[in-house]
Design a protein around this ligand. Structure first.
Ligand SMILES: C[S@@+](CC[C@H](N)C(=O)[O-])C[C@H]1O[C@@H](n2cnc3c(N)ncnc32)[C@H](O)[C@@H]1O
Length: 349
């Protein structure tokens, strides 16, 4: 049974307050025991609901569950038929034992264990966590070494000895998420390392002093240092190059298998709807299209681009779109008949 009556959150809050009152501030600091307010937990879960595809059942993980403020918001935001379960870890029996009792009639499980020592199962498509904010100088040396090694092993993140426990929670959670899973972390800005905040401020100040904020791109953005939020492009093109090199190819097309978004040093090429549809039906079409792009002769590409001093060539997006791409168009079933004159406008920037 998941559906617990509406007053359940009131009962949980009362339990939380009682348990908090039985600990000193110093004790709570030691394990980062500060509960998430109900309204904030609901906001986070409501936002998560907008990110999860329709029709997908949700399995929630909270690596630092406390009495379960996120469990409670989870069952309020999602209908019973959307929920496939929830698991939470809690190291401290003071919170974990009463919380397990509180949730015993639900499909949610609280495991009394140290999350950082658990073997991941990779079955969760939603992870929400308010991790314990324990500064590095409160971590035992052997724990630090163990955490650093384990975090690097499971996530590839090499954290410095100055990283707090919550940074390790972030890295260690990585293998618990299924592909395409969504993770939400509550890391209030006042919790961030003061020196790291300071370093960012200094970096931005230096940018201003050098006049970076007056450059073309930055002066058109608000704030000037904001980054574009665009999806990664499956193919990118190096659009500036020299023709007088050994390869004789000033421009190259790169198949982007990562989810990295390119900065403005590449042209980002996104398949337009017909090509995107064809790729959706047959993923091999993307690789074939990429191979074909690289077969376009330098002469064809250079015919469209501009030449600067010293053999430097440049290709603007509009010029790239003028290059003949009949071969690629022939990959699209509905275009099979149109074998000539189809241009690279099959991709948009
Ligand atoms: C910031 S509180 C969040 C509690 C709850 N999720 C909430 O949002 O109200 C962090 C919780 O993590 C627990 N905790 C600390 N270290 C832990 C560990 N290594 N493994 C599992 N839980 C841990 C603490 O006891 C505390 O209850």
């Amino acid at each position: 049974m998941i559906g617990i009556h509406n007053g359940f959150e009131q009962v949980r809050l009362k339990l939380q307050a009682e348990l908090d009152a039985r600990k000193t501030q110093a004790e709570r600091n030691r394990l980062g025991q500060f509960a998430t307010p109900t309204a904030l937990a609901l906001d986070i879960l409501n936002y998560a609901a907008t990110l999860i595809p329709d029709g997908e059942k949700i399995r929630l993980l909270d690596p630092a569950v406390g009495t379960g403020s996120f469990f409670s918001a989870f069952q309020q935001v999602f209908s019973e038929k959307k929920i496939s379960g929830a698991v939470g870890f809690e190291i401290d029996p003071h919170y974990g034992e009463p919380a397990s009792l509180l949730w015993r009639d639900s499909d949610f499980t609280i495991k009394l264990a140290d999350f950082t020592t658990q073997d991941p199962d990779g079955q969760f498509n939603l992870l929400i966590c308010n991790p314990p904010y324990v500064r590095h100088h409160h971590l035992q040396n052997e724990d630090k070494v163990r955490l650093q090694a384990r975090t690097a092993q499971v996530s590839g993140m090499k954290l410095s000895g100055l990283a707090g426990l919550y940074c390790h929670f972030l890295g260690l959670s990585h293998p618990w998420l299924a592909d395409g899973g969504v993770a939400g972390w509550l890391i209030p800005s006042e919790f961030m390392d003061v020196n790291y905040g300071k370093a960012i401020k200094h970096y931005l100040q230096e940018g201003r002093e050098r006049g970076v904020h007056e450059g073309y791109l930055c002066s058109h953005r608000a704030p000037w240092y904001s980054q574009e939020n665009r999806p990664s492009a499956p193919i990118v093109c190096t659009y500036i190059g020299r023709s007088n090199t050994k390869s004789g190819r000033p421009f190259r097309f790169i198949l982007n298998n990562s989810s990295a978004t390119v900065a403005n040093v590449y042209l980002a090429m996104y398949p337009k709807p017909q090509l995107a549809k064809a790729i959706e039906q047959d993923a091999s079409i993307l690789r074939q299209a990429w191979a074909m792009l690289n077969r376009i002769t330098p002469e064809q590409l250079m015919g469209e681009g501009r030449v600067y001093g010293g053999g430097l060539r440049k290709l603007e997006p509009g010029e790239l779109a003028n290059v003949d791409a009949s071969e690629i168009a022939a990959l699209i079933p509905e275009f099979k008949q149109v074998l000539s004159g189809q241009q690279l406008a099959l991709f948009g920037g």
